[in-house]
Design a protein around this ligand. Structure first.
Ligand SMILES: O=C(O)CCC(=O)C1=CC=C[C@@H](O)[C@@H]1C(=O)O
Ligand SMILES: [Mg+2]
Length: 370
């Protein structure tokens, strides 16, 4: 498989409603889509999950554009690959920049699957025909508004509710939710908003029977999380702190986490995601697939990854229509009664909707080998 062309699209799409977390609020989403073409004219698609601002991680849309254009594309262009696992080996000498790497690697995984007449799920070794999904709900102005939203998502059949918390918006909100929904699978994501000084408060969360608390402490920490886990009944799930298989191993050995949220972009691609999945499966740590408010391309990659057997807990990959008036794939991703049926078409299994894509493309950068 020889990579002959790469195209970068800078996208600008507006979400139906703003999304608020402990680190900020956004509604306009600018991101990159990547298209790789081989010598036979097959194409594959990838998405960068970096946001415009370095809130969730240090990567941004612009740092990704720089790394992809100036470092990653020159490495893959005119290069032959037998398997997409070779891409992450090729990128290994370049430090971090995982979301940039994952975008390019993802396009090559899709290309590889299509070229070999496999679904991306099959290419990864996944077998599930449908996957269970939950929903992630941003911080709302009032508990009443949150309760209202949760009523709607429960009625739609989503398998678990994830709510965002931050200091001043935690115990009372969860208590209000639990009063109305005593049995709904519920978890809280703090996006690193607390420190060990908040142990007393975090211990109070044990009374709400949460499936897990996601990333309560610093985004680069695994030491304090281990101390906190000893004090909590509620399992800790690490998100931001886990950038690789190595991080996973260390967090597991320290006892910092009982569950891992795998985000393809955060860990540098599907190959690393699979390694983390396999390690967790061997060590009895359940995993689930996190979301980064992706368009259909990234969403399709998440669906494929989730078909691996240790994705035991429902992920964040909700229907396209939960985020977008119009998605950039056809058909759109649809969750029915909390399940997404894994598509049977080759590669990511959803067709890029080029007409729609063009409407949201602000700039393109094309690279072609002679
Ligand atoms: O619906 C989704 O795609 C998940 C959204 C979500 O929960 C997150 C997206 C981006 C950054 C964070 O706020 C958060 C997370 O940390 O998991
Ligand atoms: Mg998170």
């Amino acid at each position: 498989m020889l990579i002959k062309e790469m195209n970068i699209r800078k996208m600008n799409m507006t979400m139906k409603s703003p999304f608020s977390t402990s680190f900020g609020t956004f509604q306009v989403k600018e991101f990159l889509l990547l298209e790789a073409t081989d010598e036979l004219g097959n194409t594959g698609w990838g998405e960068s999950t970096a946001f415009q601002s370095p809130w969730y991680s240090e990567e941004t849309l612009e740092t990704n554009l720089h790394i992809i254009r100036d470092f990653l594309i020159p490495l893959v262009l005119d290069k032959g690959f037998n398997h997409p696992d070779e891409v992450s080996e090729l990128f290994a000498p370049l430090r971090k920049n995982n979301m940039a790497k994952a975008a390019v690697e993802g396009a090559i995984w899709d290309l590889y699957a299509k070229r070999n007449k496999l679904t991306l799920a099959e290419a990864l070794g996944g077998t599930a025909e449908k996957i269970e999904v939950g929903i992630s709900i941003g911080i709302q102005k009032s508990a009443a508004e949150l309760i209202n939203l949760v009523h709607g998502y429960v009625a739609e059949g989503y398998k678990r509710m994830k709510v965002k918390i931050k200091p001043g918006h935690d115990v009372e909100v969860l208590r209000a939710l639990r009063e109305v929904f005593p049995d709904v699978p519920l978890m809280a994501d703090a996006n690193s908003a607390y420190t060990l000084n908040d142990i007393k408060l975090l211990k109070q969360l044990d009374e709400f029977n949460l499936t897990m608390i996601e990333q309560p402490l610093a985004s680069d920490d695994i030491i304090d999380h281990a101390k906190l886990q000893k004090e909590l009944k509620t399992p800790i799930c690490l998100d931001e702190s886990i950038l690789s298989l190595e991080d996973t191993r260390k967090a597991f050995e320290l006892g910092s986490t009982k569950i891992i949220n795998i985000k393809i972009g955060r860990v540098g691609g599907l190959t690393e995601s699979k390694k983390i999945h396999d390690f967790c499966m061997a060590n009895g740590i359940p995993v689930w697939c996190g979301g980064m408010l992706e368009s259909g391309i990234g969403r399709a990659h998440n669906v494929a990854l989730t078909t691996l057997p240790n994705f035991i807990l429902p992920g964040d990959t909700a229907s396209s229509s939960r985020y977008w008036e119009e998605d950039v794939i056809s058909p759109e991703v649809v969750a029915e009664d909390g399940y997404i049926t894994v598509p049977k078409a080759y590669g990511i299994g959803y067709e890029p909707n080029i007409e729609a894509m063009d409407r949201y493309t602000v700039e393109q950068f094309h690279f072609k080998s002679e």
